[in-house]
Design a binder for this molecule. Structure first.
Ligand SMILES: [Zn+2]
Length: 267
């Protein structure tokens, strides 16, 4: 039996999907059970939604269960269950899968053998670092990101690209891009393919998140969810220029942080 996904679960990145399928097959060849994925990709917008349900900047009189830092601010958890800081989980990066038994228990022979075979497929038992026996992560190239299937099938057919006229990018000046606390910029590597290279930039805390080869529609909704300014499509030249300026900006932020740290250490 090939690798299976529980209902509603999927790995959209072809690299991740193929690696887990390969590992499952290798295990089966040695007489161990095929892998069942219990929890695969998490969509960044879902993670954000959970974040906003459980965390707030203004807890008021509500009970606070814990705090976390995000985007340079302290957030208060007003819900008993924890939630990962957005965009930091490897499930959101489409690299991790939580596996069902017996690959969810380090004491089983199957789990031990999987630990040995996994690196051949670029996978490690990442959960070893945070006491989650079921959490495995693929570290190689993500490959193609396809649309999720509702059935949770392991094989995913990529959508057929529709020939729609592509508008010319409008290069916003750097100052306009910096007017937002955070913004995503992208460019089209190929005119005839609906895939973007893009980066979400946070001018406030210097964080940057790269998205490679992702559909424009997906990039757009993702960018609107995580940045103030949303997605701005630029020419490749201007894109490179803005990124270079962002690197300078990050340097300035770091220097400022260091100076602050030094000042407070000296006082
Ligand atoms: Zn996990």
């Amino acid at each position: 039996m090939p690798i299976r996904y529980m209902a509603g679960e999927y790995n959209r990145a072809s690299g991740t999907r193929e690696a887990f399928a390969g590992l499952s097959l290798a295990l089966e060849r040695e007489g161990y059970p095929a892998i069942v994925v219990r929890d695969g990709d998490r969509e960044p917008e879902d993670q954000l939604e959970i974040w906003y349900q459980r965390m707030t900047l203004t807890p008021g009189t509500r009970r606070v269960y814990g705090t976390a830092r995000w985007q340079g601010k302290t957030w208060y958890r007003i819900h008993p269950d924890k939630v990962g800081v957005p965009l930091t989980s490897n499930h959101e990066k489409r690299r991790s899968s939580d596996l069902a038994a017996p690959y969810n228990n380090r004491r089983t022979a199957a789990h031990k053998r999987a630990q040995q075979l996994a690196p051949r497929f670029g996978i490690t038992w990442e959960g070893a670092n945070f006491n989650e026996d079921w959490h495995w992560t693929f570290w190689g190239p993500l490959g193609k990101i396809s649309a999720p299937t509702t059935s949770g099938a392991g094989t995913v057919t990529p959508p057929t690209p529709k020939p729609t006229p592509i508008p010319e990018p409008e290069d916003l000046p750097l100052e306009d891009l910096m007017a937002f606390k955070s913004v995503a910029i992208g460019y089209r590597p190929k005119e005839d393919v609906d895939k973007l290279e893009s980066v979400a930039l946070d001018w406030e805390d210097g964080a940057r998140l790269d998205l490679h080869n992702t559909e424009e529609k997906y990039t757009k909704s993702f960018s609107e969810g995580v940045t103030e300014g949303g997605l701005k499509i630029l020419t490749k030249g201007h894109f490179d220029y803005v990124l270079a300026q962002f690197a300078e900006h990050q340097k300035t932020l770091r220097e400022r942080e260091l100076a602050l740290a030094r000042a407070s250490a000296g006082s």
